[in-house]
Structures are given as structure tokens and as C-alpha cells.
Design a protein around this ligand. Structure first.
Ligand SMILES: *Cc1c(COP(=O)(O)O)cnc(C)c1O
Length: 484
């Protein structure tokens, strides 16, 4: 029996303790904790023995699923393997022991790392300056949009309050725009899955601040009309924002700066292999083109051309501070280690392998799952439920398929996003998985398609092998039970 079969959370027993402090009895040693250091009341903690406490937490951690325990093909949220050398390097006491208020002359190494990582990101993206201060992708979007607003306002162009966002965009795009005080205008996708340029053109007037794009977009498709879009948005006086959260497919091959984008963010915790989700905080650096370089948020890291010394300074032209100090430094170090370990040559292999893995899965499953956009994909693609729509599988939804995958030991892909289809399953395998893993996943997906016909109840009641079965999701959201 597994620990979780019992789900014992009430382990506390009156009077049981995990420690003892006997009188130590040594000569000249104080026998007891001095009275002024003692608590007046016992803390209100469970009364458990040390082994019970240790087992409780170890068993709970056993119930977790992460990229270190299995394949995690979450679309639009790159869950690539996080190399452990990155952790070791970022834990180096020379960096982890720094205090953000230390004088600049005592943290020259950290400031140099900030400057070097910024310049590598510039060279990978074609931007001319980066801030590493934002804490997440959405935080980077907000920062980038504040820069966009600042740019228009600084030129006296105050009418520009509308931002164009495609209907396939990640949910954080319209949310960040709204937080920034911009009015979101949606542009439609064509049936082929890319931006409908015909729908875009009439939207471009002198009230448009810019457009937010993801390329390849959330369907994993490259926006082939990007040249025309870029020329039209710029001609209308707007700026182009690039959502580079998942830049896997393009890394070292194609640069947003060369496509004409003015502002972009990267998720170091997706493309650059730093852990996320339960695994740690993130970082959402923002890059800008040369005409916006003076508008980065404070503080900025500056290198004195004569002495070579680094310092941090406020930037009066920018939108002010968007974080306390210079970002999540440990995360920046992990990304730096990743980029250095890959080297300039190997960085160009990330994209092709990510694209190969995604197309391999897509082609191996498209006879069983409906593929609404059949073209070559980049790092991810979207199925729209099972291909078989006969009465035998009637009522089997994407949710059932995803839940059943858990029984096969795989994390479910992203489901019901993008909203363009009713039964979206969005799969992103990344470049870090072996062919054996991809084959095992394909086999599980094919078995599930078989089960949908032979044993539909098995899918509708899945998962059967996880610590928690299928909760009522509405009830779980409206009446969460947070303790046992
Ligand atoms: C993950 C993601 C974001 C948001 O990043 P967070 O770090 O979760 O805030 C934005 N856009 C796209 C396309 C993403 O995949």
C-alpha cells in the first residue's frame, strides 16, 4: 500500500515530540535554556516524532510530478530539462552570498555577469539593449508595454492607447496590455492559423500604440507575412512587440530584431532552461531596439569605458523601477550557465531538434488525432481531439485523454488552449527528450485512442493510478478544501 492510500494528514498525538532537551549535566555548563530566551507558550504545531515528520514530507514529495520525474510535453510553456550544473553554479557562495545593497565596487563580478548576459541575449535576438530586471514573462510584457507607451508619450503622441493582439495569443498578452492601461483590439487568424492580414489592415490608424505577436505563434506556426505586417504597423506609427517566452524553435537561427520587432521579452525559465512552476522563480528580460534603448527601466548596469568598472544607475528616461533591484539574480546565473555550456555553435541545434521532435510526434499521431492545421510545425503543434468521431467514442473529450495520460506516467499537454478549437491539445516535446521517450508517449497516445473505442468508461473516470483521482473542477475552484 502506498502512503497516499491512507492519506494520513492528522499525525499529531498529544505529548509526542521530535526532540528532547535533557539536563546536560556537564560541569560549569548551564543546565537549561536561559529563562529570557524561552517561549512563554508552546507553539501551535503538530505533535509528531522526527521520523513521522520526515516521512510525511518525503512521501508528499513522492506524489509530485516534474520534468525530473517524467516527460512533460506542456505546449506554450516549454518544460525542457534543466541541467543540474546550472544549479551548482548559481549556488556559488561568491554570488549567492551577495546583498543587493552592497557597494558596486564589491560586486563587480555580478554586474559584469549582468552586462555579459544582456549582450548575449542581444546577439541571440538582434535587439540592442536588454533589462534583466523583470521577474516573469507577464512582468516582462508589462515592462515592454510601459516602454512602448513611454515612447509614444515622449514624442507627444498621446492618442495611441490601443494595442492589437491576435486571437491566438497567450492569455497574458491582453492581460498585461489591460494592466498597462491599453485598450486591446483583437485581430483574427486565418483558417491556416496565422494572422489575417486583411483583418489587420483596417485596424491600423493613429490610435494604435502597436501590435503584440508571438512568432512562431501558439499553434507552432511561423507568421510568414511578418515582413508585410512589420512594414504596415511601422508605417502607421505603431511599434511591434515580440512575445519570446518560447523562443526554442528560433534560437540561434532567426532573430526577432531582424524581423523588425522593437520590443520583446524572453522567458529564461522556458527557453533558457531555468526551472519554473513549483521548481523556482523565473525571469522575463526585456530587449529593445536602438531607438528605445534610452527607455529601459531602472536600475541599468553601466560600464565605464575608461576604467572598465561597472555601476548601477537610475534611468530617468524609462518607466522607473519595475522590481526592487536587478532581477532574480540566481535565475539569471542559471541561464548564463546554460548559454555558456551550449556555446555559440550548439545553440543553433536547439531549434532544429525541438522542431524535429514536435513534427515526429505530430506525424506519428495524426491518423488518430484531428490535426486542424496540417503544415510543418515549429516547436509545438495542436490537435483538436480524437480523429474518430463515430458514436463509439461519442462524449470522449480532450480532458478525458489528458487525464488518462497521467495513468501512463506522462504529464498532460496543455489542453483547451489555444481557444481557436474546441478540443485543443497542445504538445511541445522540446529538444531534450530521447527518441525512446517520444516513442513511449506516442504509444500511450495511440493506446488511449484505442481505449476510447474499447473501454470509454476507463477514460471518462481516469486517472486511476495517481494519488488523487478526478476532482470536480468547478467545485474544487469554488469551494477549495485546503486541509484534511
Ligand atoms: C508562459 C508564457 C507567457 C507568460 O510567462 P510567465 O512567466 O508565466 O508570466 C507569455 N507568453 C507566452 C507565449 C508564454 O508561453
Amino acid at each position: 500500500m502506498k502512503y497516499y492510500d491512507k492519506l494520513i494528514f492528522e499525525l499529531s498525538r498529544e505529548g509526542r515530540t521530535g526532540f528532547s532537551l535533557p539536563e546536560n549535566g556537564w560541569k560549569d555548563s548551564p543546565d537549561d535554556i536561559p529563562g529570557n530566551l524561552r517561549r512563554c507558550r508552546l507553539p501551535d504545531l503538530p505533535q509528531v516524532s522526527e521520523p513521522d515528520a520526515v516521512r510525511h514530507y518525503i512521501n508528499l514529495s513522492d506524489m509530485n510530478f516534474g520534468v525530473d520525474t517524467g516527460f512533460y510535453p506542456l505546449g506554450s510553456c516549454t518544460m525542457k530539462y534543466n541541467p543540474k550544473i546550472n544549479e551548482e553554479i548559481s549556488a556559488h557562495p561568491g554570488f549567492s552570498g551577495l546583498h543587493p545593497l552592497q557597494p558596486a565596487e564589491t560586486v563587480q563580478g555580478a554586474l559584469k555577469l549582468y552586462a555579459e548576459l544582456s549582450s548575449w541575449l542581444c546577439s541571440l535576438t538582434g535587439m540592442s539593449a536588454f533589462t534583466l530586471n523583470p521577474f516573469a514573462g507577464a512582468h516582462g510584457e508589462l515592462t515592454g508595454l510601459m516602454i512602448m507607451r513611454q515612447y509614444h508619450i515622449s514624442r507627444g503622441d498621446t492618442k495611441r492607447t490601443r494595442i492589437i493582439v491576435p486571437d491566438s495569443a497567450h492569455g497574458t498578452n491582453p492581460a498585461s496590455a489591460a494592466v498597462c492601461g491599453l485598450e486591446v483590439v483583437q485581430v483574427k487568424s486565418t483558417p491556416a492559423g496565422t494572422i489575417d492580414v486583411g483583418d489587420l489592415m483596417p485596424l491600423l490608424d493613429d490610435t494604435v500604440a502597436g501590435i503584440m505577436m508571438t512568432n512562431p505563434n501558439t499553434l507552432g506556426l511561423f507568421e510568414t507575412e511578418i515582413r508585410e505586417i512589420e512594414a504596415s504597423v511601422h508605417a502607421a506609427g505603431g511599434l511591434l512587440y515580440y512575445d519570446g517566452a518560447n523562443m526554442n524553435a528560433l534560437l540561434g537561427k532567426v532573430r526577432p530584431g531582424d524581423m523588425g520587432f522593437d520590443i520583446m521579452h524572453l522567458n529564461l525559465h522556458k527557453t533558457f532552461s531555468t526551472p519554473h512552476g513549483g521548481g523556482g522563480p523565473g525571469a522575463g528580460p526585456v530587449g529593445v531596439s536602438s531607438r528605445l534603448a534610452g527607455l529601459l527601466p531602472s536600475p541599468v548596469v553601466i560600464r565605464d569605458g575608461k576604467t572598465g568598472k561597472f555601476s548601477m544607475a537610475g534611468n530617468p528616461g524609462g518607466p522607473g523601477r519595475i522590481s526592487g533591484f536587478a532581477g532574480n539574480f540566481g535565475v539569471l546565473m542559471k541561464a548564463c550557465a546554460y548559454i555558456m555550456a551550449l556555446g555559440k555553435r550548439n545553440v543553433t541545434k536547439v531549434g532544429p531538434y525541438a522542431v524535429l521532435a514536435a513534427n515526429y510526434i505530430k506525424e506519428s499521431l495524426k491518423d488518430r488525432y484531428r490535426l486542424p492545421v496540417p503544415s510543418l510545425c515549429k516547436h509545438e503543434f495542436v490537435f483538436d481531439g480524437l480523429k474518430d468521431v463515430s458514436p463509439a467514442v461519442d462524449g470522449i473529450s480532450t480532458l478525458d485523454v489528458a487525464k488518462r495520460l497521467l495513468d501512463y506516467g506522462f504529464h498532460a499537454p496543455t489542453i483547451y488552449f489555444p481557444l481557436l478549437f474546441h478540443q485543443s491539445i497542445m504538445i511541445e516535446p522540446t529538444e531534450t527528450e530521447s527518441k525512446e521517450t517520444l516513442d513511449a508517449f506516442i504509444e500511450a497516445m495511440r493506446k488511449i485512442a484505442d481505449e476510447a473505442v474499447s473501454e470509454p468508461e476507463l477514460l471518462k473516470t481516469a486517472p486511476h493510478c495517481t494519488p488523487v483521482g478526478r476532482p470536480d473542477e468547478t467545485l474544487a475552484a469554488t469551494h477549495p478544501v485546503l486541509k484534511f
